[in-house]
Write a protein of this length. Sequence first.
Length: 281
Amino acid sequence: MNGIDATSRELVHRGEASTALPRLAALERALRRAGTAFMFAVFGIGALFVAGIAFPIVAWRQRGEARHLLAQRLIHRCFRAFERLGNVLHLFEVQDSGVERLRSGGVLVVANHPTILDVVFLGARMPQADCIVKLGAWRNPFLRGIVSVAGYVANADGPAVVEACTTRLRAGRSVIVFPEGTRSPVGGLRDFRRGAARVALQSQCLVVPVTIRCDPPCLAKGQRWWGIQARRMIFTLDVGAPFHPSDWIGLEGKTSTPRAARQLTSALSDYYESRIAHADV
């Protein structure tokens, strides 16, 4: 009888453990959703402060390039604070390597785009960074003040975007470009557009490739922020060695031809395909 009672108690204990684990996972997921909602709320409030108070002061006190650089440094500090908050709340952790390559100035930073936070993590590591912004931001009365004071590039006419990015690079400023144009599908890449290659070829600047990963995959295209996993997100930023376009393709002096742009775009796509495939092994 005692043996039967012991066996019964063990089965009950196992049953309680099997039901407790899903409950703990559900609780942790709920806490992470609440923390993520809080972070995005903080982000929105911070953006209101920057757009309504900080940037008007910057616009009043500075003109031209000095205004852009001061605004971008302020954005850099805001992104750093946002990242620290995420770490404190144990929502995510960011691991990086080679980030000193992002701070040399006058480089074209090319990255894949797996999550909505990619530009935040890059900006948190770059005191100065020009970005290409969708036209919707320029039409938005709330965002227009931020992107204009920061001197960002409107993603409108293709040749005009290439020329604007080239001008900034030749002036010693760094530019961030996501060749996919929008966020990647989960676990893969979209077709690369040729804009990044055209900017690199026309400016003849160094290109710094950055491979970004998120484990578990979250905040990707089509994924809602409340669909996060029960465990903490680990973001990895792997900054590769800078290269000159001529290092990767045989240009033979024809740096502005469509063929050169196709070759460089294909080389970039192959680079990221191999990096992501290697990470999944």
